[in-house]
Design a protein around this ligand. Structure first.
Ligand code: BGC
Length: 908
């Protein structure tokens, strides 16, 4: 890809994406979205037109043009849906975009995408696994060796296929998936860098496959394609009810793979999984997401994945069994749409000490999701090194694992003949900051590393401010996102749960979208949300769906099926997310309506979690009916965006009626909302449920309740993300700041006093008075309460989007300094980079703003002297690109075109 984000003199496209991914390999969409961002060094620069051209790259048709959009005059566009000749499977396409500015200057950038297997009929591979009825040679028990507790799990399976090819191919692609988790190797080298692949879907309906470019790994002559498969979400312990093996999806892992080789003369060969593969139980004695993983190096067969294994391994391989073919269905296969989980970074050990029992205690200084890589030294055959994981320590300085519930989260290495071994499990992950290591005489900090795993969504946001505690909070929120975006958005990474809870995702989404580009990630997850919807329209509480779990969506949980697509549309401006979800949104609203014809949602409320974990509970019907109105309203708006007027009118009128019912049933004539809690007012105000005349009263009552609590926050999951924005929207940014910077519990900053490096599940996960909350539900890494992160960007730093804008076309830059002296944020929007940075120093307020080409912004400069605001050294009214809208009490409101601006004003 060419083009950069740094401002150039002329309009420059950069950051090219295909269906929201950079250079995706293995794409099955018929009409992907080709999109770009824009940068420019010229104020007021704006695109007028674009032209996209797509050509075949490589092969006999190299260079053939398959689509030319022609010159399209569209100043709003930052993307185009492919509309050329049908895309062929397994083909690379190169595409260029040329963007022409209003003055005729043009900028160009290039990227590529590559299609995958296409229709399921393109596959020839069979699903294979190990014949469990046979006892293979490597599985024979070794004498004098203690049994390892295996939680009833079975060893991971190794599979191998040796093949010859006359010449090194010019192109080799591996299309692979598993029921379970897989790791594939070509001639001893790992293919790709995806972790926990193929990721979690409801495998009964959909199985994603991945594509790897393995050209460089193949050679003329003998080659080996090899894989290990393990239980994962498919047949391991999944969810909170400690069941495995057949309880949810399947009983035993299976592999499906096709290696497509293309030779210089155009000839092709396919090596596919089938009966000609050999299998064995390998040295991974068990591997489970919740329980952990055990490697027994006594059973290792070095070189098993290469064409030329040493003699001892060759002998062992002779005992491998022919693979068992379990089927050849390909109907459920789909190309993965999101970035895979990857080992995204490594954390060095901050310290290695001894716990009171003399065990090694490793502190990584950060709670995260991932695993430990450890170099073990001084080993003797059969020695066991045991690694246990925990988020925190108990008061005696031992790891605290009670809150993991039944998740053993324990990895075990059994030593072979070598005195030194490097151990890193491959088919599990844990949520932890501390690792307890036993079985080693000594352990150096340099010998342990924390490997951070998460879905590799590109980081898009940055935030800083003058209060280090608020910055730490922001980092904790980011770490909550990293730790819980693992294939699907989960509630927590540590205990026996880690489920795709819908409300958690819904409330955190606005924050998540500012931290990272999660368009593709949520697109994949929404498929699971829709897939889990019942025939009569009911969404669930968790997605992917678990088999055998009756799950009817609760208010605020099921509603995520409406709120998430809508929010994604506003952030990314891609209408297809609404197209894909509108029918499901309508069906959900119809479901709620059908069962609640009086428009107060009190029936079919699933497990009704209400304002989950609130300190002041809000009446259930208030919460539910507010969400009913919201879902109806957003469904109407989605229909309107898609030009479906009749649908828009129907749901718009339903929303209006539900709002009326809400008012009649729950709101008094003087603006009191039933329950009289923070969340009751937050929902009523944020979801626009009150007649205009009552809004100021309700806002005032909300402020009173906040003040009476300390000022403090008493909401649970459903109110927490709304409190700062709603207070701010109603003129009480001062109170939002008071809540933000409060350090006594309950508050966002109080966990920092206990060393928190992630956001906690509960306001009182640990308190000085009581110590730990009940272990049955006390995660230290849940993101829901971190939903305040949105206001750090939009309120504190002032980086936001105007209310009716989609895809960051119209920005709202309105910093709320509070008692801070500086704050800044940047965000890589679909349109280009947005930046704000302000300081308050020596009586002056200085604000820098960057607006990407094609966008414009309303900028609100806080100052007691609106007439004295200057931009770039001249009075704002005279500055190029600046148009004054109004001098307001305490602020100057102006409108700016794209470019960089430097405002100075007298400070409050
Ligand atoms: C999860 C949540 C979830 C909730 C439903 C908890 O066990 O951790 O985050 O939303 O259940 O009430």
């Amino acid at each position: 890809m060419t083009g950069t984000g740094s401002p150039s003199a002329t309009l420059a496209p950069y950051g090219l994406r295909c269906d929201h991914r950079a250079e995706p390999l293995g794409l099955d969409a018929a009409a992907p979205l080709l999109s770009w961002r824009l940068a420019s060094g010229r104020r007021g620069d704006a695109p007028a037109a674009y032209r996209v051209r797509v050509r075949v790259a490589g092969g006999a048709a190299d260079g053939t043009e398959v689509w030319d959009s022609g010159q399209v005059a569209d100043p709003a566009a930052v993307g185009a849906l492919y509309a050329g000749e049908p895309l062929r499977p397994r083909t690379r396409y190169r595409w260029t975009v040329t963007v022409t500015a209003e003055d005729g200057a043009a900028g160009e950038a290039e990227s590529w995408f590559e299609t995958g297997m296409g229709a399921p009929t393109g596959w020839t591979a069979s699903w294979i696994t190990h014949d469990r009825t046979a006892l293979d040679v490597v599985d024979a028990p070794e004498e004098g060796v203690l049994a390892i507790p295996d939680h009833g799990l079975e060893p991971a399976i190794r599979l191998r296929r040796a093949f010859e090819t006359a010449a090194a191919p010019v192109r080799a692609r591996l299309y692979v998936t598993a029921k379970g988790l897989y790791e594939v190797r070509v001639n001893g080298v790992r293919a790709g860098d995806a972790e926990l692949a193929p990721g979690w879907t409801d495998y009964r309906d959909r199985i994603e496959y991945q594509t790897y470019d393995v050209t460089a790994l193949l050679r003329a002559g003998g080659n080996v394609l090899a894989a290990t498969i393990a239980d994962g979400w498919w047949s391991g312990f999944t969810g909170f009810d400690a069941r495995r093996s057949g309880a949810h999806y399947g009983t035993f892992p299976e592999l499906l793979a096709e290696l497509h080789l293309t030779h210089a003369d155009g000839a092709t060969e396919v090596i596919a999984t089938g009966a000609d593969w050999l299998t064995a139980r390998g040295p991974v004695r068990y591997a489970d997401l919740l329980m952990g993983e055990c490697h027994d190096l006594r059973r290792e067969t070095p070189g098993w994945d290469r064409p030329d294994p040493p003699a001892a391994t060759a002998e062992a391989l002779a005992g491998w069994l022919p693979a068992q073919v379990t089927g050849d269905g390909h109907d459920l296969l789909i190309a993965s749409v999101a970035q895979p989980v990857r080992a995204v970074r490594e954390l060095p050990a901050v310290s290695v000490t001894r716990d009171p029992d003399g065990r090694h205690l490793v502190d990584f200084g950060q709670n995260f999701a991932g695993r430990v890589r450890l170099t073990a030294r001084g080993l003797a055959r059969g020695d066991r090194v045991v690694i246990r994981h925990a988020e925190t320590l108990d008061d005696d300085g031992r790891i605290y694992t009670a809150n993991l519930r039944t998740a053993a989260a324990t990895d075990v290495l059994v030593a072979g003949d070598a005195a030194e071994a490097v151990f890193e499990p491959g088919f599990t992950y844990h949520g932890f900051r501390y690792a307890e290591v036993s079985g080693l005489e000594s352990l150096d900090a340099a010998d342990v590393t924390g490997v951070v795993l998460h879905s590799d969504t590109p980081w898009a946001g940055a935030f800083a401010c003058s209060d280090p505690a608020v910055e730490r909070l922001h980092r904790n929120i980011e770490w909550g996102q990293r730790s819980n975006f693992v294939s699907v958005p989960t509630d927590c990474p540590q205990r026996d749960e880690r489920l795709g809870w819908l409300a958690d995702a819904q409330v955190f989404l606005p924050t998540a979208c500012l931290n990272a580009d999660v368009a593709a990630f949520f697109d994949g997850w929404l498929r699971e949300v829709r897939g889990a919807q019942s025939a009569d329209g009911c969404f669930t509480n968790v997605a992917p769906r678990l088999a055998g779990v009756a799950d009817e969506g609760a208010p605020g949980w099921g509603d995520a099926g409406v709120l998430v697509p809508w929010h994604l549309y506003t952030v990314y401006g891609d209408e297809r997310v609404l197209e894909r979800n509108l029918d499901a949104m309508c069906a959900w609203v119809d479901f709620v309506h059908r069962h609640n014809p009086d428009l107060v949602w009190s029936r079919r409320v699933g497990p009704h979690y209400a304002d989950w974990l609130a300190l002041a509970p809000t009446p259930r019907d208030v919460v539910a009916t507010a969400y009913f109105a919201r879902s109806a309203e957003l469904t109407a708006r989605a229909a309107e965006v898609l030009g479906r007027g009749e649908t828009a009118r129907r749901y718009g009128s339903l929303a209006e009626h539900v709002r009326k019912a809400f008012g009649e049933r729950f709101v008094t004539a003087d603006g009191r909302v039933e329950g009289d809690t923070q969340t009751a007012y937050l929902l009523a105000l944020a979801f626009d449920l009150l007649p205009a005349a009552l809004v100021p009263r309700a806002a005032a009552r909300l402020a009173e309740l906040v003040e009476a609590a300390g000022p403090g926050v008493t909401t649970g999951f459903l109110g927490v993300g709304l409190i700062a924005p709603v207070l701010d929207a109603h003129g009480r940014a001062d109170l939002a700041h008071a809540l933000l910077r409060r350090t006594e519990a309950p508050s966002w900053l109080s966990p920092l006093r206990h060393g928190a490096t992630t956001v906690w599940e509960r306001w009182d996960g640990y308190t000085d008075e009581r110590g730990f909350q009940a272990a049955a539900m006390n995660s230290f890494n849940h993101y829901a309460l971190g939903s305040v992160g949105e206001w750090l960007y939009q309120g504190v730093a002032g980086l936001g989007q105007a209310p009716d804008s989609a895809g960051y076309r119209e920005l709202l830059i309105r910093p709320r300094p509070g008692g801070l002296t500086a704050a800044s944020a940047s965000y890589e929007s679909v349109r280009g980079t947005v930046r704000t940075a302000w300081t308050r120093e020596d009586g002056a307020f200085r604000l820098q703003v960057t607006v990407p080409p094609g966008a414009s912004a309303t900028v609100v400069v806080p100052t007691p002297d609106p007439g004295g605001v200057r931009e770039g050294g001249v009075p704002a009214a005279e500055a190029p690109g600046v148009r004054i809208i109004a001098a307001e009490p305490g602020a100057l409101r102006c409108h700016v075109t794209s470019g960089e601006y430097r405002f100075t004003a007298e400070a409050h």
